[in-house]
Design a protein. Structure first.
Lengths: 168, 212
């Protein structure tokens, strides 16, 4: 049975948005998401019925993120500074925008390989075998990159909320 | 080697908590992104079917259109998900929530329910119907606002006087109820008969049209 593409958007859209926010940051995330889903929509009729939709979308998002980063690098003005998380000022329930700022600051300090491995595994839900085929390298390398990334995140981001309810 | 589907805690913190901040404003952002996707898809000619729902006096209606025109109107009892799955199969899988494509249809339906419109002027796509059923549907627009015809009269008009039951089936499977007014087809004895949107909806529509 053919699923209307809208179902793909509903089911995977939010997770892919989190992946995009973690990989390219909150400002570029919306462009990355839009280009990902527009590409996916274009290719959707040819997607095999038994395909892993999540892995397919993350693969497209990975390429779009690379395109965005390159496009940004070609624009001299944009090179000077990484995007600021201005788009996240509207806080969700139980969160303040400070969390989003801090997390993005911590994530963007990670090497690309670590940030993408962390995002694709913990936010995209992909096994390391799939991640290796997207980012290149071995399954073990992807697992190590994710572990190293989490270790660094713990050091740079988690200390701010190590005690419950007691935030600076 | 096996791998846990959901990773364990990271020093006592679950990944969902560690990355909770990535969900900030997610619902509003998703709403914005969906609108943008529908607009981009329309611009690039990638939309096989655009749809929206609409509240009406006869329940929440599903409205769907192809590039050619309105292709489906479905009542609440007609399973909107199944209707969209059918469109994905028949027209194409690039089906998106795209309210802008249905703006004009929606406006005309609102006028109709307010008693300020007696006929619809929107392009139609009749591809969900064929053969005799399509001939029946083509005749329906000849039955004017506020009037009714019997199944038998419609059978005669469609060129097959004996196909009274087939007229009933054509009405029951009308992909565009309301716009192609199968609610104006009733039994020879004057009772209303069945309707895709339920007997109460049929009665409400005929009452609306005679009151105007």
């Amino acid at each position: 049975m053919v699923r209307p593409f809208e179902q793909i958007v509903s089911e995977y859209g939010p997770a892919v948005l989190r992946v995009c926010r973690a990989v390219v940051g909150p400002v570029d995330a919306e462009d990355a998401w839009s280009e990902t889903f527009l590409s996916a929509l274009r290719a959707y009729p040819e997607l095999p019925a038994d395909a892993n939709v999540e892995a397919w979308l993350v693969t497209i998002a990975h390429r779009r993120a690379i395109d965005l980063t390159r496009a940004r690098a070609r624009r001299p003005v944009a090179v000077a500074e990484l995007p600021e998380p201005a788009a996240l000022t509207a806080a969700g329930p139980g969160l303040d925008s400070g969390d989003a700022d801090e997390l993005w600051h911590a994530l963007r300090e990670l090497p690309d390989k670590q940030r993408t491995s962390v995002a694709y595994h913990y936010l995209g839900g992909l096994p390391y075998r799939e991640i290796a085929s997207i980012t290149g390298g071995s399954e073990d390398a992807a697992r190590r990159a994710a572990a190293d990334g989490i270790k660094k995140l713990r050091a740079s981001y988690l200390p701010a909320e190590d005690t419950e309810g007691a935030r600076r | 080697m096996t791998e846990p589907a959901e990773p364990d805690t990271i020093n006592g913190v679950r990944p969902t908590e560690l990355f909770a901040a990535l969900r900030t404003g997610e619902d509003t952002t998703m709403t914005r992104l969906r609108h943008r996707l529908a607009a981009d898809a329309e611009r690039d000619g990638l939309l096989d079917v655009g749809y929206r729902t609409m509240d009406s006096p006869v329940g929440t209606l599903l409205l769907a259109a192809t590039g050619q025109g309105l292709v489906r109107v479905a009542y609440p009892g007609q399973d909107h998900d199944a209707a969209l799955a059918k469109l994905a199969e028949v027209v194409g899988p690039r089906v998106l929530y795209a309210p802008a494509r249905l703006d004009e249809v929606c406006r005309q339906l609102e006028q109709y329910f307010a008693g300020r419109r007696t006929m619809f002027e929107v392009p139609l796509d009749l591809r969900l119907s064929s053969g005799f059923r399509r001939a029946v549907l083509a005749h329906l627009t000849d039955i004017g606002y506020g009037r009714t015809e019997s199944y038998r009269e419609v059978a005669i008009a469609a060129g097959s006087p004996k196909a009274v039951r087939a007229v009933g089936t054509a009405c029951a499977t009308n992909p565009l109820p309301l716009v192609l007014p199968c609610h104006r087809v009733i039994r020879s004895d004057g009772t209303l008969g069945q309707y895709a949107g339920g007997a109460a909806a049929k009665q409400a529509l005929l009452r609306l049209e005679t009151a105007a």
